[in-house]
Design a protein around this ligand. Structure first.
Ligand code: HEM
Length: 304
C-alpha cells in the first residue's frame, strides 16, 4: 500500500514537472485544433489586404505581447476549437503571417504558449523599453533578455513597416542635426512643433508597406524617423551591420527570421502555467485558489 502511494506520488510529481515545463513545438495544435494555423493565415491576409498597416500593428503586438487587437482572430478560433488556442500563440503566428503578407521572410512558429493570468503595467514598463530612452538603454533592455546587439539591430529592422506618432519623432525633426533636411521639412508639415501628437508618419518613408531592407538604406541617408533608429549609425560595430543589410537583403531576411524565433521563445508560459484566455483583452474570471487546485487535479487525473 505504502509502495503504491509512493509510486502514485512519484508519477504525479513527474507529470507535474513535465507539464509545467513543457516545450514549445511546431505541431502543438495538430490534434487539438488542426485548422488553427490556416484560419489565422487567412484572417491576417484579409486584414492586411484591407489595411496594410495591420501587419505592422500585429508584429508590434507580438513584440509587446499584449492582446488588445487579436480578438477578431481569437473569436474565429473559439468557434473552431473553444479554449484551445492561446492569444499569445495567435499573435506569434499572426506576426509571422503579417510579415509574409508584406513580402518578408517566413519561419516555423513554435507553439504551445499559454496566456498570462495578470496584466501588469509595471511589468510592461520594466520589460518594454520606453521609446524615448536612448540607444544604450534600449540595447541594455534587449541584452538583458538574452539578445546580442546584432540580434537587437536585426529586430529593429521591423521598422521597415508601420507608422509612428508625431510625439515620438518631434524631437528628431526639430532638434536633431543628423537628419536629411528635405526629409525633416516634409515631416514638419504634418507634425507641428506643438499639437498634432497623434499625427502619423511611416517609419520607412521609402516603402512603408513592404518588408524589405529600405529601413537600413534610409539610416545611411539620415532618414531614420525615430531618434533611436538614427542613433544606430553612430556606433561603429552597428554601422557595419547596417551597411551589410543595406547591401544584402537576403542576410537581413535570414537573420530576422532567426531573431523572431528567438523573440517568440522568450520564457513562455507552458504546461500548467498561465491560462488559455477566452478574451484576449483580459484574463479569465478569477477562480479561488482551492477551486483552481481541484481543477488542476481533475486535469491530471484525466491524463492518467
Ligand atoms: C529599441 C527598441 C524599440 C523602440 C525604441 C521602438 C519604438 C517604436 C515606436 C516609438 C513606434 C511608434 C509607436 C507609436 O507611434 O504608437 C514603433 C512602432 C513599431 N515598432 Fe518599434 N521599437 C523598438 C523595437 C521594436 C521591435 C523589436 C519590433 C518588432 C520585433 C518593433 C516593431 C515595430 C512596428 C512593426 C511598429 C509599427 C506599428 C504600427 O504601425 O502599428 N519595434 N516602435
Amino acid at each position: 500500500m505504502a509502495s503504491n502511494n509512493f509510486k502514485f506520488l512519484f508519477r504525479l510529481i513527474s507529470l507535474l514537472i513535465a507539464t509545467a515545463s513543457a516545450q514549445l513545438s511546431s505541431n502543438f495544435y495538430a490534434t487539438t485544433c488542426p485548422n488553427a494555423l490556416t484560419t489565422i493565415k487567412s484572417a491576417v491576409a484579409s486584414a492586411v489586404k484591407k489595411e496594410a498597416r495591420m501587419g505592422a500593428s500585429l508584429l508590434r503586438l507580438h513584440f509587446h505581447d499584449c492582446f488588445v487587437n487579436a480578438n477578431i482572430i481569437k473569436s474565429q478560433l473559439e468557434n473552431l476549437c473553444p479554449g484551445v488556442v492561446s492569444c499569445a500563440d495567435i499573435l506569434a503566428v499572426a506576426a509571422r503571417d503579417s510579415i509574409v503578407a508584406l513580402g518578408g521572410p517566413s519561419w516555423t512558429v513554435l507553439l504551445g504558449r499559454r496566456d498570462s493570468t495578470t496584466a501588469s503595467q509595471s511589468a510592461v514598463n520594466s520589460n518594454i523599453p520606453s521609446p524615448l530612452r536612448d540607444l544604450t538603454t534600449q540595447l541594455y533592455m534587449f541584452t538583458n533578455k538574452g539578445f546580442t546587439v546584432n540580434e537587437t539591430i536585426t529586430l529593429l529592422g521591423s521598422h521597415t513597416i508601420g507608422q509612428a506618432r508625431c510625439t515620438f519623432f518631434r524631437t528628431r525633426i526639430y532638434n536633431e542635426t543628423n537628419i536629411d533636411s528635405t526629409f525633416a521639412t516634409s515631416l514638419r508639415k504634418n507634425c507641428p512643433a506643438t499639437g498634432g501628437d497623434n499625427n502619423l508618419a511611416p517609419l520607412d518613408a521609402t516603402s512603408p508597406t513592404s518588408f524589405d531592407n529600405a529601413y537600413f538604406k534610409n539610416l545611411l541617408n539620415e532618414k531614420g524617423l525615430l531618434p533611436v533608429d538614427q542613433q544606430l549609425v553612430n556606433e561603429g560595430i552597428i554601422y557595419s551591420q547596417i551597411t551589410e543589410y543595406s547591401n544584402n537583403e537576403e542576410t537581413f531576411r535570414t537573420d530576422f527570421a532567426n531573431a523572431m524565433v528567438k523573440m517568440g521563445s522568450l520564457s513562455p508560459l507552458t504546461g500548467l502555467n498561465g491560462q488559455i484566455r477566452k478574451n484576449c483583452r483580459r484574463q479569465n474570471a478569477q477562480i479561488s485558489p482551492s477551486t483552481h487546485n481541484v481543477m488542476k487535479c481533475q486535469l491530471l487525473y484525466s491524463f492518467w
